[in-house]
Unconditional design. Structure first.
Length: 272
């Protein structure tokens, strides 16, 4: 595969921003002129990192390059800092991560790279914070994605907010409420993904195929996993559940899960 590290000044993030892009490589049976001049558009996986990470996490810690190579798949990995894939307009000069993906990065990738902009060719996935981000993007913009892989995360129901015991999460929640203009605005925002999902199902919108799971020893996620399964059952969502015994909140799970998700989405391996 070809690996591109893109750095550009973002309109929505108000800073220079790193993005990793994995691109299909030229088969040995084809000449450079044939391959690069073919005009072919490829399927795209938008792949989100977790808290404390950046665009390089998936490249360094998983086999995503191999999985993409086997499938002629473009993989786009943005850097989100610890934004929770939300807009933070009062942070510095503004860091609007939620708007950035759909309003800036997606047009950039479709315009600069041989990437298909068709819904049926686009998928989104992420781990932990990136799993929550996957819920945010897939449920608010189901028209953009054919599949969504939610790894080590659950959809957020902020109508049942409770103290988590994590000082970091409590600070983030307080800040998010303030940025949205208050608790009522926060509960009605794009971040309350259970509410958003219920509204989309009620409106009859076609949802992406959903793949969701975690390591079975990941108590932070698994304690709410039965409620997620019950929610999907109630809404008539036929999701694929993938849990692995003995694994926690860790890359061994995420590496296995992303390959399983690509298979579930029907992104087939190419013939040599």
């Amino acid at each position: 595969m070809a690996l591109v590290t893109l750095n550009f000044e973002s309109e929505y993030l108000m800073n220079n921003h790193n993005v990793g892009v994995i691109l299909p490589d030229r088969p040995h049976r084809m000449s450079s002129r044939e391959f690069y001049g073919s005009g072919k558009k490829y399927k795209v996986l938008w792949l989100l990192h977790g808290t404390f990470g950046d665009y390089s996490d998936w490249i360094r810690k998983s086999m995503i390059e191999l999985y993409a190579s086997e499938r002629d798949l473009i993989v786009v990995m943005p850097s989100a800092m610890n934004s929770n894939y939300a807009n933070w307009p009062s942070f510095g000069t503004g860091f609007n991560m939620y708007d950035y993906l759909t309003e800036e990065l997606m047009p950039l990738i479709y315009g600069w790279f041989p990437a298909s902009d068709k819904r049926e060719d686009n998928y989104i996935a992420g781990l932990s914070m990136g799993g929550r981000g996957t819920c945010v993007y897939a449920f608010n913009h189901p028209e953009k994605f054919a599949g969504a892989a939610i790894l080590s995360a659950n959809p957020s129901d902020f109508n049942k907010m409770k103290t988590s015991g994590s000082p970091m999460w409590e600070r983030m929640k307080k800040s998010a409420i303030n940025f949205e203009g208050g608790e009522e605005e926060f509960l009605n925002s794009y971040q309350n993904t259970v509410k958003v999902l219920r509204e989309k199902v009620a409106s009859g919108v076609k949802l992406p195929k959903i793949f969701i799971g975690a390591g079975e020893e990941d108590q932070m996620i698994m304690k709410d996993f039965p409620a997620t399964k019950e929610l999907f059952k109630e809404l008539g969502i036929d999701a694929e559940y993938y849990t692995v015994p003995g694994l926690r909140h860790e890359w061994r799970y995420w590496d296995m899960a992303i390959e399983k998700a690509l298979d579930y989405f029907g992104i087939e391996k190419i013939a040599e």
